[in-house]
Design a binder for this molecule. Structure first.
Ligand code: CP3
Length: 344
């Protein structure tokens, strides 16, 4: 397939480009009034996720309105636990909520890895196919899933948490059960990512949003181990691993069979480059709160960040998802600044 703009695929593979590609985590939804308009015409978030034509429409909005160099399919990491047996609800102003959770061996019967993802998550594959057709090669499309550890957090807690102590308790009280759950999630995630590639995803990102709450040795055992299995299973398209807060895992991540490592704004750019070495692309890492500053500051801080990445492999992004109350004009300022920065 040929693209009008494949800067992001080139950077992910370590090929030279004149400027850095840019996109934002959580760019689809959250900040755009155009998204709100589509969403408000429906019963809620879930209906939008499950309606492929509309999911495709809001996936493409940031390409048209913000001018990003990639689209990310509009969906959620929680479709995987749902496909495995735990239905989720998205409660307005509160976030995700699962009626059933896994807290004991007896609960293991609630989930299954033996599922046909192409069937269970057909609405995602349909949305990918429609998006690809409508993008018509303008920019690549990113598919995604949650990392096993982060999905484990939602399956055991049933909602967000400050401490994730229910999830973490299991690692100490019943590590074998934790491994059974993580294995099941990993198996389904690999099938799911492969189905996304088949439907047309050009690259993939794995979100480990709650990586940073574990001590380093536990993250190695319950986090990196499973992320690594996903990386080994996917060779068809470039893969990005983003593990929020896992500065302690950067050395291990340098050895993963992936193209790109996402870094958050707590991680020093030059230090990350030293740890990871020259042979992987780094993605990130502007502080999302910088987008509350004035335009001049956004421009100068973005340029400062880009200079720190120098001419090494880089995909510009924020250090985590864009916050819902960010002014889209400020986002555009960030994007334009990246686009105007010439790689020497
Ligand atoms: O990046 C994109 O724009 C693509 C779509 C996307 C969504 N969620 C849509 C969404 C992606 C990639 C995600 C990933 C996701 N979902 C993560 C990992 C990334 C991260 O931010 O750490 C996590 C932890 C979730 C779980 C989740 N979904 C939560 C905690 C919430 C509620 C709060 C919020 O807005 O993040 C959601 C809901 C959700 N997922 C919304 C969107 C646009 C908001 C729903 C709405 O009100 O319309």
């Amino acid at each position: 397939m040929s693209y009008e703009n494949d800067l992001i695929l080139k950077q992910a593979r370590g090929e030279q480009t004149d400027r850095f590609p840019v996109w934002l985590m959580r760019q689809a939804g959250r900040i755009l009034p155009e998204y709100r308009a589509v969403r408000n015409s429906l019963s809620g978030f879930k209906e939008l996720v499950e309606t492929p034509e509309l999911a495709a429409e809001v996936t493409i909005q940031p390409v048209d309105i913000l001018g990003v160099d990639a689209a990310i399919i509009f969906s959620d990491i929680l479709v995987v636990p749902e496909a495995m047996g735990l239905e989720y609800q998205m409660i307005e102003k509160k976030g995700p909520w699962f009626e059933k959770t896994i807290n004991s061996e007896a609960d293991l019967g609630l989930i299954s890895a033996d599922i046909d993802v192409e069937q269970e998550l057909k609405y995602v594959m349909d949305a990918i196919q429609i998006t690809k057709r409508e993008l018509n090669g303008r920019v690549p499309l990113i598919g995604f899933c949650g990392a096993p550890w982060t999905i484990f957090c939602y399956m055991t807690e049933g909602q967000g948490s400050k401490t994730f102590s229910k999830a973490r308790k299991i690692l100490y009280q019943n590590p074998e059960m934790a491994h059974k759950i993580l294995n099941a999630i990993t198996e389904v995630s690999i099938k799911y990512l492969k189905a996304q590639i088949k439907a047309g995803a050009d690259m993939l990102q794995v979100f480990d949003s709650w990586a940073g709450i574990l001590p380093p040795d536990q993250y190695e055992e319950f986090g990196t181990k499973y992320v690594s299995r996903i990386c080994e299973a996917i060779n068809e398209v470039p893969v990005t691993i983003f593990a929020k807060g896992a500065y302690f895992a950067r050395e291990a991540f340098a050895k993963l069979d992936c193209n790109t490592i996402g870094i958050d704004w707590n991680m020093d750019i030059e230090e990350s480059r030293r740890i990871v070495g020259p042979n992987k692309t780094l993605q990130g890492n502007l502080d999302p709160c910088l987008l509350y500053a004035d335009f001049k500051t956004i421009e100068s801080e973005t340029n400062k960040m880009l200079k720190k990445f120098g001419n090494s492999r880089h995909i510009a992004n924020l250090g985590h998802g864009v916050y819902p109350d960010t002014d889209p004009e400020k986002v555009k300022c960030f994007i334009e600044t990246v686009k105007n920065f010439k790689i020497k």
